[in-house]
Write a protein that binds this ligand. Sequence first.
Ligand code: ZN
Length: 115
Amino acid sequence: MSSRNRVLGEELLNIISIIVIKKIVGFSTRSEEDFIKRSSLLGEWFDKTIDMMSSILVKKEDDKIYCRLCGSGPFTRKGFYLHLRRIHLEEIKDVLDNEFRLYIYSETKSLYKRS
Ligand SMILES: [Zn+2]
């Protein structure tokens, strides 16, 4: 799956993935988000995507954090952060890149409509 061509570059995907992971485990990401939001395109997409990423990665039971991708846990926030980075970074990058692709298509669809 990760051999597929990606829309976003490897470096940018690495950076955004780490920000997403930090944010969904509840770490402060203010300065990183400021960086992303310097690009209004990326910023708007990030805001639309972060809730979806949280819902596919996090499972909460009795206030405990489990990984929805592989079922392991419970984790502390730090432990979950490390788990996502070490085990699921490539999957997260694939999902993010695909979401960005869909976002670009949906936002630009009207440009290609023949009137
Ligand atoms: Zn996992």
